[in-house]
Design a protein around this ligand. Structure first.
Ligand SMILES: Cc1cc2nc3c(=O)[nH]c(=O)nc-3n(C[C@H](O)[C@H](O)[C@H](O)COP(=O)(O)OP(=O)(O)OC[C@H]3O[C@@H](n4cnc5c(N)ncnc54)[C@H](O)[C@@H]3O)c2cc1C
Length: 323
């Protein structure tokens, strides 16, 4: 693999351009008056309205939910996998690094474009291609939100388990990129347990497929390598997701404790008893206060900790666990 190829995706920091994390300002003195040849080529691929290059347009693309900040050279919003591939080939030919981006809710600066990189955002790749009830598989484009997949699965009588707290806006591409998970990870694991296949635009611009609609296909299983790779291996353009049957019964409990230690001991005792709740979260007194201030939830303000426990399964099972 050539050195240019190996650094095509991801963030590069060089002495020449300064490190990521430097604060940008709206410096009208450096506004380019005309699009660069690279930008013109990106416009030919994606359409003029889907490429941003003016300084003021790039401001909203210079940060995510982490601490770093750095404006990209340009932002491209391709509308198909073929356009993504053409963008990658163009960037490669122009020697530009690429940073893929979903909703930008990542907490580790994975979408920050350093060293003249261009951002390729999945804003226009938002189609739920299919939901196969019998096979329990959803095929979705990377810009679809996590919550949209959950809602579509539920409509089909199925359940999509990964549920990061950002699920209203975070995308499946970003969820794959970060191996996201939420409260249900306790029982069902994080994204890596729920991705069956990935279509990926490689640094060469080829469109490759890893895995597919069924688990355990012959050959090397590269899917777990791609999940959590933060966009450094390529741009995901389609994902095959595992769906689960909806549980017959779901019960949620709130237990109140005098302090954090007793809440933590209760959580350990639940697991030790052999019950694996679908979700279990502990809140300390500070979090309880913050929730009461933000929402109309009326949680007990004098509690040292609260344990939220959700169990699910057959009605007989959940009744047993509740007892
Ligand atoms: C309020 C809040 C709550 C959160 N709660 C949780 C939580 O409960 N659990 C959790 O795990 N995380 C949580 N997060 C973090 C974040 O939401 C997740 O990491 C989420 O998966 C990021 O999705 P995104 O679409 O915003 O991705 P981005 O932030 O846009 O990207 C994240 C990474 O994925 C890469 N990427 C994005 N799209 C693609 C693609 N198509 N191909 C290849 N790489 C790609 C990017 O390059 C980057 O490295 C939370 C964040 C916030 C702000």
């Amino acid at each position: 693999m050539s050195s240019r190829r190996s650094c095509l995706f991801g963030r590069r920091s060089t002495a020449r351009t300064g490190p990521c994390g430097s604060r940008s300002t709206l410096n009208l003195g450096r506004v380019p008056s005309a699009p660069s040849p690279l930008v013109v080529r990106l416009q030919q691929i994606c359409g003029e309205e889907n490429v941003f290059w003016r300084t003021e347009d790039l401001l909203v693309w210079e940060y995510d939910a982490g601490f770093d900040r750095h404006p990209p050279t340009a932002v491209a919003l391709p509308g198909t996998a073929e356009e993504v591939a053409a963008v990658v080939r163009t960037a490669r030919a122009g020697g530009a690094t690429i940073v893929p981006r979903g909703a930008g809710t990542g907490l580790s600066g994975g979408t920050i474009a350093c060293a003249g990189a261009i951002v390729v955002a999945t804003t226009r790749l938002r189609t739920i291609v299919s939901i196969d009830r019998a096979a329990r598989v959803a095929v979705v484009e990377p810009g679809v939100t996590n919550l949209a997949v959950s809602a579509a699965a539920r409509e089909a009588g199925l359940f999509f388990a990964p549920d990061p707290a950002s699920q209203k806006i975070s995308t499946i591409g970003g969820n794959v990129g970060t191996n996201a998970g939420g409260p249900h990870a306790l029982r069902y694991g994080s994204m890596v347990q729920h991705v069956l296949g990935i279509e990926l635009v490689l640094p060469s611009g080829e469109i490759a497929r890893f895995g597919g609609p069924v688990a355990d296909l012959p050959g090397f299983d590269c899917v777990p390598l791609i999940v959590g790779s933060e966009g450094t291996l390529g741009i995901i353009t389609k994902v095959w997701l595992r769906l689960l049957p909806l549980s017959e019964d779901v019960r949620t409990f709130v237990a109140i404790f005098a302090d954090i230690d007793s809440g933590a001991r209760a959580a350990s005792a639940i697991i030790a008893s052999g019950v694996v709740p679908a979700a279990m979260e502990m809140l300390d007194n500070v979090t309880i206060g913050a929730l009461n201030a933000a929402f109309d939830v009326h949680l007990p303000t004098d509690a040292g900790s609260l344990l939220l426990v959700e169990v699910e399964g057959l009605s007989e099972e959940t009744a047993d666990w509740a007892a």
